[in-house]
Ligand binder design. Structure first.
Ligand code: IMP
Ligand code: MG
Length: 182
């Protein structure tokens, strides 16, 4: 448990998150035994979860980074996705695992995953730290899920609120009262 005052309402501790990352890394090792794997980190929110998965995997993975963000008025579902950093690694005939922080509406990934498929990978899997199923509008199904979360605004362990709190060693959520007191 973190010793400092928790920001927001605690959902998952560092210990819980790392234990889950270890389980998923072991599952990935079993699923890809003897095969090559490219782990693709989606910036910026996934960096901590990505590094846990990478560290706990026994499989020698290549890594690369990708930055995509969805823009658009918050109440409309027609957000435009912008890829601002494209991975350079050769994906042709390789197994790619996209490592995400959270799948919310699924809009970002429903745009990004077909773009990756165009590069002719052997397979594309999705590993997400959090899955916010209640908010899903687009057809995106993660293959590996750290934790399910309700329709809450979560921060920490890579996740931000206006670029803050990415470094918190736990995942919590902010209610309206929390946001007012920040
Ligand atoms: P999607 O395209 O709606 O699935 O949104 C995905 C992105 O929105 C995630 O990769 C996060 O960067 C961000 N996001 C969604 N929900 C939250 C949240 O509760 N806290 C912080 N960021 C979030
Ligand atoms: Mg993300």
């Amino acid at each position: 448990m973190p010793k400092e005052k928790i920001i927001g309402k605690l959902l998952f501790t560092e210990e819980q998150i790392q234990a889950r990352a270890k389980e998923i890394a072991e599952q990935i090792d079993r699923d890809f035994s003897g095969e090559d794997v490219i782990l693709l980190c989606t910036l910026k929110g996934s960096v901590l979860w990505f590094s846990d998965i990478l560290r706990y995997m026994k499989t020698d993975a290549k890594i690369d980074f990708l930055s995509a963000s969805s823009y658009g008025a918050s109440t409309v579902s027609s957000g435009v996705v912008k890829i601002s950093f494209d991975p350079q690694v050769n994906m042709y005939n390789h197994n790619v695992i996209v490592v995400e922080d959270i799948v919310d509406t699924g809009r970002t990934l429903s745009y990004m995953l077909p773009k990756l498929e165009e590069r002719g990978p052997k397979s594309v899997k999705l590993c997400t730290m959090l899955n916010k199923q209640a908010r899903r509008t687009d057809d995106v199904t993660p293959d590996y899920i750290g934790f399910e979360v309700d329709d809450l605004f979560v921060i920490g362990y890579g996740l931000d609120f206006d670029q803050r709190f990415r470094g918190l060693p736990y995942i919590s959520y902010l209610d309206e009262e929390d946001v007012e007191s920040l």
